[in-house]
Design a protein around this ligand. Sequence first.
Ligand code: NAD
Ligand code: MG
Length: 398
Amino acid sequence: MSAPSAIQRQVAVLGATGSIGSSALDVIARHPHRFRATLLAAGHNVGALLELCRIHRPRHAVVADTSSFAALRDGLRDLGLDTQAHSGDAVLDQLAAGPDCDTVVAAVVGAAGLSSTLAAARAGKRLLLANKESLVLAGELVMAAAQANGGEIIPIDSEHNAIFQCLRSSAGSAGIRRLLLTASGGPFRGWDRNRLADVTREQALAHPKWSMGPKISIDSATMMNKGLEVIEAHHLFSIPNERIDILVHPQSLVHSLVEFIDGSTLAQLGLPDMRTSLAVGLGWPERIESGVAGLDLLQNRQLEFEAPDMLAFPCLRLARDALVAGGTVPAILNAANEIAVSAFLQGRVGFLAIPALVETTLNALPHAPACSLESLLAADQAARDYTEQSILRGAFPA
Ligand code: NAD
Ligand code: MG
């Protein structure tokens, strides 16, 4: 338990019932004098949200699904809590920007997290950003909103959190030669494309190193996750695509590296547990206990590195091309991927349909400059509709 500190951070955990949300609440609960979870938000799992409210006693609980409002309100009353119940996206944005939190853990999955991420950035909150899709979809807008309003963004994605830490070794970004994002390679590392045709949902969900929500687990299996992370790194650190390399590192102990122009390469290492990144984000610039053990390199003697297989995992190419094209293209990539992953998880399409659907949608839709949030959201919606139609018609090559 930490010593009492003068300022207690008031933390909103958006996506509280998810994998990142529960890791964040674990770290928060270790430091009751430092942090208080004042707002917990979830998609529709009211039972899990109520259980978290019982433990953390937030001021506000929000369920996105409006039809679940009465269940949340009545459940809070039955527990004898004075937590206020809310539902819907608009109120979540208001609360994330409001006076009852100074720190926001953005851990909603998918583009559904953009609105609350932007609201928190515009309100100048400390933003612990796990929701990478909001940067893929609207990276310029999110970064500009935080900058214009004095907010700080601390990346929670382990690779970007590692880079965030490595970059604190020098002033400015002029000395960076390249970023090296590590990738576990997912459950199908070393498989060729033919073998990937028949993989099952269970095989794809079984990540060898990280325990995560279903969407990011499938993204890791297709390696779209690493493609999204290249785009994420570009926005967070203002580094172009050609200076962001991907290094497959199956042990998942080196979380990423930065090479500087003087020949130094700095890396951050640790066990694969997201509580480390979250503790960095919550405590920064202080280091705080996270519950994660240190890394014993005598027990983990092998650190291997290999190049990614761009043929077996075409999502890497699609994401890099989308970053280079810019405008609405990353939004189209992200939306098509969300629909394709969801269809795969529902057993409606096979594994190789995921890259095929994303590519089909990218080829079909017009690429426009991303001049506004409206144009990005329109591209997102058009890509969702087009991908859904392709699935219904079976019109994709896989
Ligand atoms: P998850 O599926 O475990 O949890 C998602 C959370 O979002 C749940 O609490 C769900 O109720 C909530 N949610 C869904 N739709 C919502 C909506 N419309 N409004 C409010 N809440 C909503 O996902 P996760 O693995 O925790 O991932 C969350 C985000 O963090 C993703 O963007 C993912 O890419 C990123 N991330 C996760 C990890 C990890 O280790 N899990 C690592 C790096 C980045
Ligand atoms: Mg990551």
